[in-house]
Design a protein around this ligand. Structure first.
Ligand SMILES: Cc1cc2nc3c(=O)[nH]c(=O)nc-3n(C[C@H](O)[C@H](O)[C@H](O)COP(=O)(O)OP(=O)(O)OC[C@H]3O[C@@H](n4cnc5c(N)ncnc54)[C@H](O)[C@@H]3O)c2cc1C
Length: 336
């Protein structure tokens, strides 16, 4: 049976945070011109987005501008994220305090070096010394739906299909269920980019676009506390999201590609955070894994890989901030 051909100006492959942010930025630019963007997002419900299997918090974490290109990108991404939060007033993102604990003199010194200061703060009716910074916790499933609703209102078409073929000359995408034609294509396909039909761009660029998959593991509990928080020890986070009443601890990383929980690592973190808060039993936790995509030298890929084919990939641990900045950078290139 022949497939109907559906045509769109912009096709985005992927409905994780990067794909949704790209669509958000493209529709925003169209609205500014009083136009309606012709955008389709194709994603497969068989490939769960990492953006739904994540602990998803955002903070500046002592990153300063002017030290490295990656540092500058992360700094700008944080700023763009906070501006977008203020502009869109997302209901499923909460602004919180991120509290870094210093549990001995050595860790206090490390915190001081990174953040340039030591603060006193109160948590759970006790006083501590460490660093207190602004942060944001995101309820990923609700945020996903919030963005999809907004984009549907703006006329974006969502298609559930698995992309299996790409003809660059004809600008045709073959899905399991349909055939699609684009003028500009954006790959926002996360760790699954490796499964997409081979693109013959420069070898280095391809490596950067495809990155490598790194599973991240975490625990999740239903929990009750009066307000949201992020507690941090040694770079590991315990987040409470009051919005959906979930407590999440993670995520630990495997060196190989096996998706098993590093129980020992997570249990060590559990005991560490247990000093500051009565935690629910570890046996009651849901154990979850998300598939992150790590770029070469941890650097995201934001750019045009081949004529009219763009990518926002390899976001690794910073998907929720870099997506906002990356979508702006990419929109400038796409609409140029
Ligand atoms: C445990 C853990 C903790 C994390 N903590 C944080 C954090 O605190 N802060 C932060 O900013 N980031 C964090 N991250 C990272 C963040 O979750 C990711 O960077 C982000 O979700 C990646 O989003 P993405 O849109 O690039 O990819 P994904 O969300 O994986 O989306 C990829 C999309 O592409 C689609 N797709 C791919 N190939 C095809 C195909 N062939 N056909 C059709 N559809 C296709 C998939 O269906 C999916 O919709 C964490 C990740 C993990 C695992």
């Amino acid at each position: 049976m022949s497939k109907d051909l559906k045509k769109f100006e912009h096709i985005i492959i992927g409905s994780g945070i990067s794909g949704l942010c790209c669509a958000l930025e493209l529709t925003e630019r169209s609205l500014e011109l009083g136009e309606r963007a012709e955008i389709a997002i194709i994603s497969s419900s068989q490939l769960i987005p990492c953006s739904l299997r994540t602990t998803s918090s955002v903070a500046l974490q002592g990153i300063q501008k002017g030290l490295s290109a990656l540092g500058d990108l992360l700094f700008n991404s944080y700023k763009t994220f906070t501006k977008s939060y203020d502009f869109y007033q997302f209901k499923s993102i909460e602004k919180v305090k991120r509290l870094h604990f210093s549990y001995d003199e050595n860790s206090k010194e490390k915190l001081k070096n990174r953040h340039g200061r030591i603060d006193s703060f109160n948590f759970n009716s006790k006083n501590y010394e460490g660093v207190c910074e602004d942060g944001y916790v995101i309820s990923p499933e609700h945020f996903h739906l919030e963005l999809i609703d907004l984009l549907k209102e703006r006329g974006v078409t969502f298609i559930d299909d698995l992309v299996v073929g790409l003809d660059k000359n004809e600008k045709l995408i073959t899905g399991k269920a349909g055939l699609y034609q684009y003028n500009k294509l954006v790959l926002a396909s996360g760790a699954y980019t490796i499964l997409l039909p081979v693109l013959k761009s420069k070898k280095d660029d391809l490596r950067r676009v495809k990155g490598s998959e790194v599973p991240g593991h975490y625990y999740e509990w239903d929990f009750q506390y009066p307000s949201s928080f992020i507690l941090t020890i040694d770079g590991h986070n315990l987040c409470y999201r009051h919005f959906d009443k979930k407590l999440v601890l993670g995520g630990s990383t495997e060196k190989d590609r096996v998706s098993l929980l590093r129980e020992d690592q997570l249990k060590k973190m559990y005991e560490g955070f247990g000093q500051y808060l009565d935690l629910p039993s570890i046996d009651q936790a849901k154990k979850l894994t998300g598939l992150r995509q790590k770029g070469v030298k941890r650097t995201p890929y934001i750019g045009e890989i081949e004529t009219d084919i763009f990518a926002l990939t390899s976001l690794y641990k910073n998907g929720f901030s870099v997506s906002f900045e990356g979508a702006k950078i990419l929109a400038d290139k796409i609409l140029n």
